[in-house]
Design a protein around this ligand. Structure first.
Ligand SMILES: NC(=O)c1ccc[n+]([C@@H]2O[C@H](COP(=O)([O-])OP(=O)(O)OC[C@H]3O[C@@H](n4cnc5c(N)ncnc54)[C@H](O)[C@@H]3O)[C@@H](O)[C@H]2O)c1
Ligand SMILES: O=C(O)C(=O)C[C@@H](O)[C@H](O)[C@H](O)COP(=O)(O)O
Ligand SMILES: [Zn+2]
Length: 361
């Protein structure tokens, strides 16, 4: 990840958690930490903690085990990390290691940004979503009942270690949720990658290592390239939010954890593509149909939840972080592989768009 003195390596491979040399290079010796606190959760700890611990022998390794779930991505749980660090007398030279999915990664990064005004952290992402998206780019934070990820900081990790083997224990619905973000990269940035995903969906679903590695690598490259241009989302980076304006509204309305983040993004991307086509007919209706076919291969939802109405969407979309005033800013496509952020559309079109999805599921 190219970011000047905040740049960092992203290593992708098989067997990395068991590979003491890799862990040594990217977590231990090279960065010379004395104290390491692995932040993980109650689901991941029994599966992967011992493997990681054996690659960290010789260091003071503490473990902070959080409850599992999006509903715990909040300030109370964040405080549990601070309590762990203070009880074990961690100093400013300590390093946090996020071993988990996006929830663990976002909270660990935010804890690292805050603890004693900032310590280092490393990402060891264990879900597909966290491997292709949340572990890269430095967005960290927690949810508020009134909005997703509303409290947080930009804090880049010192390295990202992606072991594709951990995906073998990931539930299928969680794998699919990660695929929604992978598909996002094709839509916003790379039409050839989108076509490749259509052609290789079966291999990805079967966890075929070559296909998986390619998809993860491509996703990280695209994300890192965008973040390198615009680390703190002054402009370009907001295109990574395709589908999220609608998706975050779904997650918040349903209650955190009821809809997986990637599921909500899948529906949100479909809504954004239909809106894009309505505003720019040269995009063509076929793209929405192609997206739906691809989402359905992974059994991702393509309609918002029953009972969610237009006001529910608009209320939550009004507190989106992209908004600069009362206007709701959306990420839309000009064509496959090219996105932009805009609030220049008739409100009547947004109303009609939301209505076209209500009561359809
Ligand atoms: N910071 C960013 O740039 C960014 C990007 C995308 C998403 N996010 C955030 O990430 C979160 C979603 O992350 P997620 O999809 O990884 O969900 P998650 O962190 O909740 O993990 C999903 C589930 O899988 C379990 N799990 C994780 N790894 C496993 C493994 N290898 N084997 C078995 N079970 C495993 C977890 O315990 C959890 O129950 C959301 O809060 C979202 O807002 C952040
Ligand atoms: O890294 C980014 O920038 C993204 O927008 C990636 C998204 O997939 C991710 O869900 C992110 O957390 C959303 O950010 P937010 O600022 O809309 O909360
Ligand atoms: Zn996302």
């Amino acid at each position: 990840m190219e970011l000047g003195d905040r740049g960092y390596p992203i290593v992708i491979g098989s067997g990395l958690l068991d590979d003491a040399d890799t862990i040594k290079t990217f977590v231990r010796n090279k960065l010379a930490y004395q104290q390491v606190c692995v932040v993980t959760n109650e689901t991941i700890a029994p599966i992967y903690m011992e493997q990681l611990r054996s690659s960290l022998t010789g260091l003071q390794v503490e473990t902070c085990i959080l409850p599992d779930g999006e509903k715990y991505k909040n300030l109370d749980t964040l405080n549990q990390i601070f309590t762990c660090l203070l009880q074990t007398k961690f100093n400013r030279k300590a390093c946090l290691v996020a071993l988990g999915g996006g929830v663990v990664g976002d909270m660990t990064g935010f804890a690292a940004a805050c603890y004693q005004r900032g310590i280092d952290f490393i990402q060891i992402p264990t879900t597909l979503l966290s491997q292709v998206d949340s572990s890269v780019g430095g967005k960290t934070g927690v949810n508020h009942v009134l909005g997703k990820n509303m409290i947080g900081a930009f804090k880049q990790p010192k390295s990202v270690v992606i072991d594709i083997d951990v995906l073998s224990t990931l539930p299928a619905a969680e794998f699919a949720a990660g695929m929604a973000e992978v598909i996002k990269y094709g839509l916003i940035w790379d039409q050839d990658f989108f076509t490749w995903l259509e052609q290789n969906a079966g291999a990805l679903k079967a966890l075929e290592p070559r296909a998986l590695t390619f998809a993860i690598q491509k996703s990280c490259e695209i994300k890192a390239g965008i973040v390198a241009e615009d680390e703190t989302e002054q402009g370009l980076r907001a295109i990574l939010n395709l589908g999220h304006t609608f998706g975050h509204a779904i997650e918040t309305h349903a209650g955190y954890g009821v809809w997986l983040h990637g599921q909500a993004v899948a529906v949100g991307m479909r809504m954004a593509i239909r809106m894009s086509n309505w505003l720019n007919e040269s995009l063509g209706e076929e793209l929405e149909a192609r997206l739906v076919r691809l989402l359905e291969v992974f059994e991702l939802p393509v309609y918002p939840p029953d009972g969610m109405n237009r006001d529910d969407f608009l209320t939550h979309m009004a507190v989106d972080k992209k908004n600069l005033n009362a206007d709701i800013r959306l990420v839309l496509l000009d064509k496959l592989g090219q996105a932009r952020v805009t609030s220049e559309y008739p409100m009547s079109t947004l109303n009609r768009l939301i209505d076209s999805f209500i009561g359809q599921s």
